[in-house]
Write a new protein. Sequence first.
Lengths: 201, 561
Amino acid sequence: MSTTASDLPLQHTPGHIKHDGHNLTGFVIFLCSESIIFLAFFAGFILLKLTAPEWLPKGVEGLETRMPLINTIVLVSSSFVAYFAERKLHQGNLWGFRLLWMLTMAMGCYFVYGQYVEWSELAFSLNSGVFGGTFYLLTGFHGLHVITGILLMALMLGRSFRPNNYAKGDMGVTSVSLFWHFVDVIWIILYVLIYVWQRSS
Amino acid sequence: MTINYDPRVLKAPHPVPGAPDNWKRFFSFNTDAKVIGIQYIGLSLFFLLVGGLLAMVMRGELITPASDLVDPTVYNGLYTMHGTVMLFLFLFPVLNGFNNLLIPTMIGAPDMAFPKLNAAAFWLVPVFAIVLMGSFFVPGGPASAGWWSYPPVSIQNPLGHFINGQFLWILAVALSGVSSIMGAINFVTTILRMRAPGMTLFRMPVFIWTAWAAQTLQLIGLPALTGGAIMLLFDLSFGTSFFQPEGGGDPVLYQHFFWFYSHPAVYVMVLPVFGIFSELITVYSRKPLFGYRFVALASFVITFLGLIVWVHHMFYSGTPQWMRNLFMVTTMLIAVPTGVKVFAWLGTLWGGKIRLTTPMLFVLGGLVNFIFGGITGVMLGTAPIDIHVGNTYFVVAHFHYIIFNTIGFGIFAGIYHWFPKFTGRMFYEGLGKVHFALTFIGATLNWLPLHWAGLMGMPRRVASYDPEFALWNVIASIGAFMLGVASIPFILNMVSSWARGAKAPPNPWRAIGLEWLLPSPPPAENFEDDIPTVISEPYGYGLGRPLVEDEDYYVRRAQEA
């Protein structure tokens, strides 16, 4: 029996060749883990709200829901725009991708602006009992994720101008768009918990 | 049989860890998992000494009933920092060191999936180490609310400084969490995507199974602690009232966040040690692992059950009775998968050709201690007993039997077992046995008597105590100082054998596993392009079947490198 190293199977050499697939796997694992922080905050919010003797601080009637609803609609639609941007990229329509991608970013920026306007008009602060604390903690932590998402999208937009950027696939765009959907889903839960479920038991 | 070598085999060897000219790599931002592994283990062993020193000051204080060696306030800081240092700067980093050394070599991958992330995760450790150690020098001293930092004690800031011991503690724990998550993403991705051809899930060594299960727990549990820590930080520094009843908050909520992670954290630490036990017991009794598949799967059963037992730490926190009953049952259930493992190891040892080398002694010592600590664990999981002995030295004795006498022993066993592989040098067996004897006797003297003290009602976390507990405490302190002495033969052994020990062959223990098919120490990219194809289950001791295709080729290749 004669053996040479070249007879050995070489088709599977994981890791040696840069697999973009690893990045997506790693990113999905990260998102699963990140969702637990939000779950922890949501669980804490529900527990505190159900057990607090007085939920609303003095002089606060509740939260205004119209402006946040517009914000919600914008953010949720931006997820669809991001999806169509990704599709354009798969079709090879680079400018179509860039335009829709920038539209997603603009909608994200509008959401952050809306949050800013809402925050600046509120009659309570971070220190107004658990009501104020949980409100600013949840919306602030989510807002940080939105800003991160916009920055990541800007990075992907910049990279799309590099020649041969998509030679090794478009896992970066897939990951960022996944992140955007994640931020979106978190907001829907947050909106239901904070704005829809206003009456304390 | 003729073997035609590929010319690549004969090329100049890579610079190896341990060669005198490149020791600097251990102090640089290096992306090689094997360098990072040794960085983790070296740094964490330094902090084992720091944490041990803090413990010995405490045992010095407790050798007499009166509070005479240190001020009671200082004592509060000592046990808080002792626990924090041992967990976040010794145990997690040392096990990540094992993950770095063993995961790529055991599954035949050239490196981790994300080498730069890996190096960044390591370098966060010295950063938060400095933050944590720095808290000794801020006004008011280090955090002193115990390692669990329960509010309302932990959100007091009597001196009013923004940067205080508790603030730095939270910062350090949060950074440690970031580092651990970065590590966990890397380890899980590597295990999922970079295994050698032919290495199906049920051909993975048990260490890989346990590392995977443990890192999954990190990914699920740590974010909850991070969430709790963020809220604690806001309460402490920004005047919120999440955990302050005055503002409608709930201090018990923090306990839920804390234990939702910190109970599974015990499994994060003990699971890899179960892996080390499984690897070593098979090698040193020359038998296949009894019930390999069950041992492997039991790791994930422990992961699942470990996530639904946390309230057993809160039986006396005003927990309603139905919750106590529920969590008592889930806690008891954990004994099932753990028992599967213990009996599998006993079944492997039974009738085996046992070699009592230093690593095997540590495994057997650790196994005996684990069974003991497991039984006191079942006792503590019983709500009526827990309410009686909760917050006494019985709890302290129990968890030290797990965390040092089992996990610590497993770590020493692993360090000795894989020392020749990753340094390329043999250690001195005699010094190793002295280390084991001192450690085993010291650990037993230290923690066995504290069970009695605890059952008699001696509370933990106090600098002075009733003189009726004096005898147990004197014995415990002698044991603790003996453990301090035990570090001398260990350090001597590690340093002198790495510097001047005999050159290690690729497979000194005649072990079966991909890492033993590599030269000692392995080259930078492990198997590089020449990754073997796995054709059988691990631990085929005495079965005469090869682990990989063309095994002779890889054995020769390792010997001639």
